[in-house]
Design a protein. Structure first.
Length: 149
């Protein structure tokens, strides 16, 4: 499959090609900061099929965490486009709201970091949930990196 998307101002555009490796709903506190308080809807895609077609992103990696993700965003409008996760370098996590056609996301395969879930967050019925990082990382690596979603 081919997915295209970009930031709010149009300065940053991307193309992602390959099979969807996984679809997630992340409730971690870090995602809440970048989303304005909501869970973050992410779609895991092969990193080798991802390219920026316009502009260059700015990245941010926290230096106070042992295994910190890198969040890439538009320097002009601030739209957060994707996440790179060190234990899973073969994939990128696209922010679903940046897709040209967000409905192609469908529904999440899993809801993660429920230890940080807020009372106003809603997890779709029947979606597997994971509380903490060890459970999330093990499950994601097994399901997403293994290609079975």
């Amino acid at each position: 499959m081919i997915f295209e998307g970009g930031c709010y101002c149009g300065n940053l555009r991307y193309r992602s090609e390959g099979e969807v490796l996984g679809r997630g709903q992340c409730h971690c506190r870090e995602c809440q900061y970048s989303s304005g308080g909501s869970p973050n809807m992410i779609m895991a895609m092969p990193s080798e099929g991802f390219t920026y077609t316009r502009g260059k992103p700015t990245g941010h990696t926290r230096d106070d965490l042992d295994v910190a993700v890198t969040r890439e965003f538009c320097a002009k409008c601030g739209t957060h486009v994707l996440i790179r996760v060190p234990p899973m370098p073969s994939m990128v996590m696209l922010r679903v709201g940046t897709l040209d056609e967000p409905d192609l996301f469908g529904m999440p395969d899993m809801a993660i970091f429920l230890c940080d879930k807020r009372i106003f967050h809603v997890v779709p019925e029947g979606v597997p949930t994971f509380d903490k990082e060890d459970d999330v990382t093990r499950e994601a690596v097994e399901r997403w990196a293994g290609g079975s979603n």
